[in-house]
Design a binder for this molecule. Structure first.
Ligand code: GLC
Length: 571
């Protein structure tokens, strides 16, 4: 089903949709071994549908030695035995489709696991048919990897080095080799033939490296070669090949993860006559409390969060499309970062308002909808994330232990990877046995069961926001505009379509603050359609006509983390 969006580009299902991301190992354990799996997912499909989302994105569920928890794939055409098998996958897919949920797979093709058969062959020697599947050199260049140290590893059997932009166990594929691209197309077909609805394409803007692999900037301690592999020379060409395969299957969504890509470059992949992707995952707005990585923290700046969000909104306004998110498996929990654990409920709701009503396809990460927060371990040995461990061992080693651990606490991806908190029973209802990874001790207070009972919970609030968005053409297609970009406490933006406007105000401050009403809205009659500090039952109708009218003043005194959405009709 396609119709026209307000700008004239074709309306696709994923424009209207919102997505729920599952990091399966910690979602729900169905077979009682302490590890989340597809049996667990099956049992929670009704819950997922009840959120009002339209699709599930699975972080990798393929066989993997788990050096980077699934992002090191050793077999692209199967399911990790910890998670089930292809039959169980088909059952999940079928039931999800019955419930109106599409399924999006993670396609990790910049690299494989070093235990993938292609690599096991490739490393045998230069006579092997797989010799050029990876990037081999007699002499490495000076690039560093994302997870620390050189991006090259010596392989004795070949007497050569292979490139790995990520961990040693994640060798980069040589996408310039047409045979590798044919393999990828085969994998895409394999999953599309099974009936999946799209792909989230991992670090996709890194797959084409500059010819000759020139040295990077020598004095940068981190990812110094980035200008030679980001948005590389053949990226568009390779992506159009993959796109063509997807097009054979209809409206397949392709979501590209694009670390370090600018909004303008991202737009060039999405907009125009020959798009090669449907939306990109940006990192810019996730750096409002850090320098480049969460491991280098600075105080949260609402101004910089807004700036990044607005830049992407404005750049995509004409013919582009955004993915909207605040959490995923690569970032600590958002309440612990941009919100406040001591204003847990209010800040969880205000953060929802800050992004769900922007223009684009919203993503909700497992546990975000109940306001899960960061985990704090006492020893580095309890952390499992490869990036955290590398960071801990490599940087700030002269600092006292508590400071080093504090950095990990604030930055670790493990905080997004603790078991989902379903109820207050042992192991948070995630599993009947001891889970593979520690449950956050706050599960007695933060869990799905409690929030199902509480009519004003964060969970119910997410449901309401997602429903409101989907019901309104203005919130789906209307123009985005930001006001008062330098206000460091309140995020003010509007969405407008013809005479219909939404005014979204949200405080991300722990202090009471004055919310200014933009001039064109002052004195106008408005209806409050959502507030995070009033009983939600007041807004359950989802129909603005139901709510009382009020005249908008010049300023409103907001409580800490207060958020309001007004509907205003002009004319
Ligand atoms: C992406 C994934 C991340 C992984 C990396 C390497 O950024 O989201 O989890 O570590 O790629 O595959």
């Amino acid at each position: 089903m396609t119709s026209r969006t307000e700008e004239g580009s074709e309306e696709k299902w994923y424009h209207r949709a919102s997505l729920y991301q599952i990091w399966i190992r910690s979602f729900a354990d169905g077979n009682g071994d302490g590890i989340g799996d597809l049996y667990g997912v099956y049992g929670k499909l009704d819950y997922i549908a009840s959120l009002g989302v339209d699709a599930i994105w699975f972080s990798p569920i393929y066989p993997s030695p788990n050096a980077d928890y699934g992002y090191d794939i050793s077999d692209y055409r199967n399911i990790h035995p910890d998670y089930g098998d292809l039959d169980q996958f088909d059952r999940v897919l079928h039931r999800a489709h019955e419930l109106g949920l599409k399924i999006i797979m993670d396609l990790v093709i910049n690299h494989t696991s070093d235990e993938h058969p292609w690599f096991l062959e490739s490393k045998k020697g230069e006579e092997n048919p797989y010799r050029d599947y990876y990037i081999w050199r007699k002499k490495p260049n000076n690039w560093n990897s994302f997870f620390g140290g050189s991006a090259w590893e010596y392989e004795g059997t070949r007497d050569q080095y292979y490139l790995h932009l990520f961990a040693r166990k994640q060798p980069d594929l040589n996408m310039d080799n047409p045979r590798v691209r044919e393999e990828i197309k085969g994998i895409i077909r394999f999953w599309l033939d099974r009936g999946v609805d799209g792909f989230r394409m991992d670090v996709i803007n890194f797959i084409s490296k500059r010819e000759g692999l020139p040295d990077g900037i020598p004095w940068i301690p981190a990812v110094n070669g980035v200008m030679h592999f980001k948005d590389g020379p053949h990226l568009r060409e390779y992506l159009s090949e993959f796109r063509a395969v997807c097009r054979e299957y209809g409206d397949i969504v392709q979501i590209g993860e694009g670390p370090l890509t600018s909004a303008r470059t991202a737009r060039s992949y999405i907009a125009g006559e020959h798009p090669v992707m449907d939306m990109m995952i940006s990192f810019d707005h996730m750096m409002a409390d850090c320098l480049f990585t969460e491991y280098l923290p600075k105080p949260f700046s609402l101004v910089s969060m807004k700036k990044a969000m607005t830049r992407w909104q404005m750049t995509m306004a004409d013919g582009g499309w955004n993915s909207l998110y605040l959490e995923n498996h690569d970032h600590p929990r958002i309440i612990s970062r941009y919100g406040s654990e001591s204003h847990w409920k209010e800040s969880g709701k205000a953060l929802a308002v800050s992004y769900l009503f922007q223009k684009g396809t919203p993503f909700v990460y497992q546990g975000q909808e109940i306001g899960m927060t960061n985990i704090r371990f006492r020893s580095i040995r309890e952390y499992l994330d490869i990036a955290s461990i590398e960071n801990f061992e490599r940087f700030f080693t002269g600092q006292p232990m508590h400071k080093r651990l504090n950095r990990i606490h604030h930055s670790s991806r493990d905080s997004a990877r603790t078991p989902m908190q379903w109820d207050g029973s042992e192991y948070a209802g995630f599993s009947r046995t001891e889970p593979w990874f520690s449950v956050n001790p706050n599960y007695h207070a933060i869990n799905v069961a409690i929030e199902e009972q509480d009519p004003d919970s964060i969970l119910q609030f997410y449901r309401l926001c997602l429903a409101l968005r989907k019901k309104s053409r203005t919130l789906l297609w209307g123009e985005y505009r930001e006001y008062y970009p330098r206000d460091d406490r309140i995020f003010t933006y509007t969405r407008s379509l013809g005479k219909n406007h939404y005014l979204i105000l949200c405080s991300l401050s722990r202090l009471p603050s004055f919310a200014r009403i933009p001039e064109e809205y002052r004195g106008r009659t408005a209806r409050l359609v959502l507030s995070d500090q009033e009983p939600l039952s007041r807004f359950a109708h989802l129909d603005p006509a139901h709510y009382e009218r009020e005249k908008l003043p010049g300023v409103i005194l907001f409580r800490p983390y207060e958020a309001r959405v007004y509907q205003v009709r002009f004319g």
